[in-house]
Structures are given as structure tokens and as C-alpha cells.
Design a protein around this ligand. Structure first.
Ligand SMILES: Nc1ncnc2c1ncn2[C@@H]1O[C@H](COP(=O)(O)OP(=O)(O)OP(=O)(O)O)[C@@H](O)[C@H]1O
Length: 251
């Protein structure tokens, strides 16, 4: 990797290795993301996508390698809470909203750190003005549902609500894990538009298996295989790559 790429990167992983009981989940993984870049990560089951997200967020400590944020912060030296505080937010695959609370209150509760999975991320900053709640709800297409219980939302809308909970913190880097699994086609298309909008002023990593959605994201794609980068480039470039077809797309 070129040094200039590394120093201007918002996030870079260099030579990252993670071994579980002798099994190499990440194998000399290197990756660089520019500020305000959106990157799609694809690859077969077991390729290391989740492990890569776990390393970035401090859930898993690599055996070797650098994970640098903003050019100067070594994420491998920090715990999950400290990494969240730096402005790295993660959305897991399944939505975990408070069903009986309103959409707006879900954001308030998240910011107060009253929900287990969010407390590390939101614990230290606990106030949001109503106008900022409106701003994020407008962004995620939920403003007219502001006062409805989250239980009334569709599965896709719950995913957007969780994205809104992250956006309320204005994170520098957003990690989004399989956002469109279980969504309708219309919701999937809207989610691609939403993430493209978010990527105008955030850096975003999206792990996804839905190739039509990945195409809609219209961003650089990294293909992981056996814990390393197998291919990288536009969706057309990686889709035409014979190895990618062999290990992933052709299956
Ligand atoms: N805590 C762990 N202990 C042992 N092995 C693990 C652990 N976590 C992951 N692995 C193994 O590491 C490999 C990479 O897993 P990972 O979950 O990162 O893949 P993935 O690309 O996210 O796959 P999927 O698309 O199925 O989510 C897999 O073979 C998995 O079984």
C-alpha cells in the first residue's frame, strides 16, 4: 500500500491477523478507506467480514497488524467504549429498537445509554435537542412516524431507526452489517439511497450479500476470502473477476 494512501486514510488496516484456536479468520488483511468514502464488503460465509468489523470496533484484538483511525489513533490499543467515543458506530444485522417507545424516544433512550448495546456508544453524551431528533428522523424517512411506537414500524423502518440512532451521534465512521436482509425491494432501494446520502458526510462500511443492493450503493467494493482481500474495485470489475466468480458469485 502506498504511504500517501495510508496517511490520508480515515481508517486503515495493515497486515491484520486474527487466529481462533489455530484457525486464521483474518490473514494479513490490509484495507484503506478515505474520509467520506463508502465501501461495500462482500465475500462468502466465513470470509472474515464480521471478524474485520469486530477488530475495528475493538471487540476482537488482532494477533498482529495495525488498525489506524484518523491517521494517528491505533485502535488495537483501545477498548470498545473508547473506540465508540472516537466516533465509530456499528449497526448490527438485527434491529433492536424499544418496541413500546415512540420513534423519537428510541433516539432519546439510545443517547441516554439506557439500552445495553448502545450504552458504550452513547453513554458520555446524553442530550439531544428535539430539532436534532427531527433532523435525523427526516434523513431516515421516519419524520411522520415520530410519535408512533416503534412496534408499528415495518422491519425496514426499524433498521432505519437504528441508523438514525447512530446518526444522532454524528459518527465519523459507520459500520453497517447486512442492512437489507429481510427488507422489501422498495425498502432495499430506499436504503441504498439513504446510505449514499449518509456517505456524503460520513465514512461508511457496508457488509452485504445482496448484489443488486451493492450495485445500487455505487461505491468501491472489497471482496474478502479466507481472511484476505481477494479483489477490490468497482462492482463491474469485481463481478468480472474469475476468482471472485469461483469462490463467491458463481455459487
Ligand atoms: N469467536 C470465534 N471462535 C472461533 N472461530 C471463529 C470465531 N469467530 C469467527 N470464527 C471463524 O472465523 C471465520 C470467519 O468468520 P466471520 O464471522 O468473520 O465470517 P463472515 O465473513 O462474517 O461470514 P458470514 O457471511 O457468514 O457472516 C469463520 O470460519 C468462523 O467460523
Amino acid at each position: 500500500m502506498l504511504n500517501t494512501t495510508l496517511t490520508s486514510a480515515l481508517l486503515y488496516l495493515d497486515g491484520v491477523n486474527v487466529t481462533f484456536d489455530g484457525f486464521r479468520a483474518l490473514n494479513n488483511l490490509s484495507l484503506a478507506l478515505a474520509p467520506n468514502e463508502m465501501r461495500a464488503i462482500i465475500g462468502p460465509n466465513g470470509a472474515g467480514k464480521t471478524t474485520m468489523m469486530d477488530v475495528i470496533t475493538g471487540k476482537t484484538r488482532p494477533d498482529e497488524g495495525d488498525v489506524m483511525f484518523g491517521g494517528t489513533v491505533d485502535l488495537t490499543k483501545l477498548d470498545e467504549a473508547a473506540i465508540a467515543e472516537l466516533g465509530i458506530g456499528r449497526k448490527f444485522q438485527k434491529p433492536t429498537v424499544f418496541e413500546s417507545h415512540t420513534v423519537a424516544d428510541n433516539i432519546r433512550l439510545a443517547l441516554k445509554g439506557e439500552r445495553g448495546p448502545w450504552s458504550a456508544l452513547f453513554g458520555a453524551r446524553n442530550h439531544i435537542a428535539d430539532e436534532n431528533i427531527d433532523k435525523v428522523l427526516e434523513k431516515v424517512r421516519l419524520i411522520e412516524h415520530r410519535e408512533r411506537p416503534a412496534a408499528d414500524l415495518s422491519h425496514g423502518q426499524k433498521q432505519w431507526l437504528e441508523i438514525a440512532m447512530l446518526l444522532a451521534q454524528d459518527p465519523k465512521l459507520l459500520l453497517v452489517d447486512e442492512p437489507v436482509a429481510g427488507m422489501t425491494d422498495a425498502e432495499t432501494e430506499e436504503t441504498a439511497r439513504l446510505l449514499r446520502e449518509i456517505a456524503q458526510d460520513h465514512t461508511v462500511i457496508v457488509v452485504e450479500h445482496d448484489m443488486a443492493f451493492v450495485r445500487d450503493l455505487d461505491c468501491k467494493v472489497t471482496v474478502l476470502h479466507e481472511g484476505s482481500v481477494l479483489a477490490e474495485g468497482s462492482i463491474d470489475t469485481v463481478s468480472a473477476n474469475e476468482r471472485v466468480i469461483e469462490v463467491y458469485l458463481g455459487r
